[in-house]
Design a protein around this ligand. Sequence first.
Ligand SMILES: Cc1cc2nc3c(=O)[nH]c(=O)nc-3n(C[C@H](O)[C@H](O)[C@H](O)COP(=O)(O)O)c2cc1C
Length: 451
Amino acid sequence: MSKPLHFNAFVMNTGSHIQHGQWRHADARQADFNDVEVWIDLVTTLEAAKFDAVFFADVVGLYGAAGSAYDVNAREGLQLPSNDPSVLLSALAVHTEHLGLAFTSSILQEHPFTFARRVSTLDHISKGRIAWNIVTSSSENAARNFGFDRLAEHDERYAWAEEYVDVTYKLWEGSWDEGALVRDRETGVFANSSKIHKIDHRGARYAVEGPHLSSPSPQRTPVLFQAGASGAGKAFAAANAEAVFIAAPTPEIAAEGIAQTRALAVAAGREPGDILFFQGLSFIVGRTEEEARAREADIDSYASVDGYLAHMNFGTRPDGSPYPPETPLASIATNERQGMLDWLRRSVTDREPTVADLGQIVAQRARVVGTPESIADELEKWQAAGVDGINVNNWRLPGSYEEFAELVMPVLRERGLAQTEYQPGTLRAKLFGDSRLNDRHPAARYRGAFG
Ligand SMILES: Cc1cc2nc3c(=O)[nH]c(=O)nc-3n(C[C@H](O)[C@H](O)[C@H](O)COP(=O)(O)O)c2cc1C
């Protein structure tokens, strides 16, 4: 029997997340994403199927060069409109018991003091099931939404992220000692100030006195997810992340990246198993191979190449002008998602792909088509490459997850590739056996540091 993989449902509080054009299908409820019932139904399905977590992507600006037109974004529903995932999670928390609730929040969008309090509140509401996907944002429009003239340079954004997480670690791990919350009705003491500390953070971007206004939540620090894949992104993940999302084109390329990040983690004083790697994949399932191929043809008939290209906008220069179609992807420099561009380039192995190939590459990438058995075979290959879990992308909500739950999960369970029951406790306890960050994590140094 294999070791179970972890499974996240990868979604976004919007009409067209990554598989563009699919919202037009009559069965696709993502067009109704403003309706909370769509999401409550989805998490009910996911929890019945023993998914580990629902994971919400998010962005705080448009895709495209600074000042560029957004007619394609609007027409395709390409993450426009979209709603705040963290607010939605508080509703989903009270409709689930075990499902992990992960959301993306950028260092751009909120001051770390209020962000830390928002997360503590969610972790209390969900009884310890919150995860934070730490992103640095790659949108020029996002930077302008928060008062900046332009997006900071790629590696500078990771330096900024280091300070941002440092502030939150101080608040979550160091500001309140164990036992500070007394609530003694006899003595009339609610909380013991000698165990509640100011953090007095002073750094390049933030000055935060503290103390944290929330008392410690079940996990204190939420489970920390991250998706950077560039050199700076891997270094940040190696130091901070407990789970890393990858979108590698093959198990071999996944194995390479995982080994690099794990080696960096060990150099930073952590252990290889302190980080779980989740590969993003889309599935098209059929009871027979023919049925799967017919479903694939149906899905492809809805695909919008315009949507894919506007999303993966590597074919335009930062000033918005297009690269000539014959431009090799290898010669494109981007201040955006460097890891993603590299994965797209390496998904073509027999020649050097060009800008003209982008639409095809993006639309076809990371998809597994077949019977439940052949999908299970494929997942075994990813597991053998060192992948700990799968981010299950969707074509249509909730159909993609209903099919996966009904057809694929039973075969995975038979092979021991999917859990049959939830472990008790918080999300971190389910994933790592303990509700609190281990002592090797950089946040742990703030425990007792401000007394
Ligand atoms: C699977 C996956 C999911 C991601 N989700 C988001 C997201 O929801 N919001 C966002 O702003 N960036 C997202 N990103 C982008 C990364 O957070 C990161 O900013 C980007 O990959 C650039 O970092 P890099 O150059 O180090 O790879 C995602 C990346 C991957 C691979």
